[in-house]
Design a protein around this ligand. Structure first.
Ligand code: ZN
Length: 217
């Protein structure tokens, strides 16, 4: 499986440091587990973090290249900490994801139909960060919207276009309050995504705003 869309370096640094709220942590764990490129970035961040700690530097210094002379010391320090760059193998699909990361069976998920071939399953809400699943039929165009804060979306099944960008299983769409988008499901299969959203979505249309009142996303 090839992954073409990754979270930003800032997300990966926070992930490496274990600094993220649960919802974002879940999405990044699932992506990093199947993305060799992000695993290697996380492993590098862990080594840089190890170097900073090994030097006893308590300031928020910007990451810099690892000094080769420091590597044995850094490696021994980093070896004491469990790495977060864990390979879970190939993406095992939606059921695998639900079992592994949501710790339940896909049969137990409570989907709500929104009409027009769209279903939503709310999972968690903590500190104004919501985690939810979205299922959409082929060809479905989602309402145009922006966000109050950060949003990470991990594609679990199927694919969608956002503008000219194609997001498919394993890809992450990294959005925030500056992103204004309207995903469109493509291909013959339904599309299922996991989203973690800070604050609420801000829809353009009245119908979408009404639906939002009932499902609370
Ligand atoms: Zn990646």
């Amino acid at each position: 499986m090839s992954v073409n869309h990754h979270p930003s370096e800032a997300w990966l640094m926070d992930y490496a440091l274990g600094n993220l709220p649960d919802a974002f942590e879940t999405i990044l764990t699932a992506h990093v587990g199947t993305c060799p490129s992000c695993r290697s970035d996380v492993a590098l961040d862990e080594r840089l973090g190890g170097e900073i700690l090994a030097r006893g530097n308590q300031t928020h210094a910007a990451p810099r290249p690892v000094d080769p002379d420091m590597l044995p010391e850094v490696d021994s320090f980093a070896d004491d900490l469990p790495s977060r760059a864990v390979d879970v193998g190939a993406n095992g699909g939606f059921d695998f994801f639900v079992r592994t990361y949501l710790k339940c069976s896909s049969d137990s998920l409570r989907w709500r139909r929104l009409g027009g071939g769209l279903q939503i399953c709310r999972l968690t809400e903590e500190d104004n960060i919501k985690m939810w699943l979205l299922k959409a039929r082929p060809g479905k165009v989602l309402p145009q919207h922006t966000h109050e804060g950060s949003e990470l979306t991990l594609v679990l099944k199927g694919a969608y276009f956002c503008g000219e960008d194609l997001f498919k299983a394993g890809d992450i769409e990294d959005a925030d309050e500056t992103t204004y988008h309207q995903p469109m499901v493509t291909g013959n299969d339904e599309c299922i995504c996991l989203a973690a959203t800070e604050g609420s979505l801000k829809f353009d249309s009245l119908v979408a705003r009404l639906a939002q009142k009932f499902v609370g996303i």
